[in-house]
Design a protein around this ligand. Structure first.
Ligand code: S3P
Length: 186
């Protein structure tokens, strides 16, 4: 009797995803949800830097300064290249270092999470963990950083998702949909 063999299932590529965007855009919360739902690993560049340094981000800025922090970020990104099935939430300043950009592209599909300035402010003003906003007028600093960084995010993003009116799980849905639209089995 002849049996018909089914073709083997197409192996999932488990394309990795890199979330970029401003502080407060929801990269970590959304990234964690995406990873959980796809069965991917989750990494957060801030956590990687902080754990390796053995201190919090504000302490790193205070004791070593921003350039030291940026170099540490780059080293962590380099360690993540070549991994499949990874969701990486990046610190908001990662794309501002030109050296990081090819590394991000090597890691995976780059998705930019945006939100309105008011919503970003509302989210970041809830905690004091962002040393760049430890200024006399943090709202003005936030606006300046947004203006300076928006073109950078825009130029490297493969896809953009506006999370202004989305809950985290809805933004996670949008990220998963973006992966599918990129024609990569998710
Ligand atoms: C920074 C963003 C922070 C953290 C550090 C610097 C930035 O990460 O890396 O405070 O330059 O925008 P989040 O974007 O996760 O807040």
């Amino acid at each position: 009797m002849r049996t018909t063999r089914r073709p083997p299932p197409r192996p999932a590529l488990r394309q990795s995803v890199v979330l970029i965007g401003f502080m407060g855009s929801g990269k970590s919360m959304v990234g964690r949800q995406v990873a959980g739902r796809l069965g991917y690993d989750f990494a957060d560049s801030d956590t990687l830097v902080s754990v390796r340094a053995g201190m919090s981000i504000p302490e790193i800025f205070e004791r070593h300064g921003e350039p030291w922090f940026r170099a540490a970020e780059t080293r962590e990104l380099e360690r993540l290249t070549g991994r499949s099935g990874l969701v990486l939430a990046t610190g908001g300043g990662v794309p501002t270092i030109p050296e990081n950009i090819p590394i991000l592209h090597r890691i995976g599909l780059i998705i930019w999470l945006t939100a309105s300035n008011d919503v970003l402010w509302e989210r970041v003003s809830r905690n004091k963990n962002r040393p760049l906003l430890h200024t006399e007028d943090p709202r003005a600093t936030l606006e300046q950083l947004i203006t300076a960084r928006t073109p950078i995010y825009e130029s490297i993003a493969d896809q953009r998702i506006d999370s202004t009116h989305l809950r985290h799980w809805e933004a996670a849905d949008a990220v998963i949909q973006a992966l599918r639209n990129a024609d990569v089995p998710a």
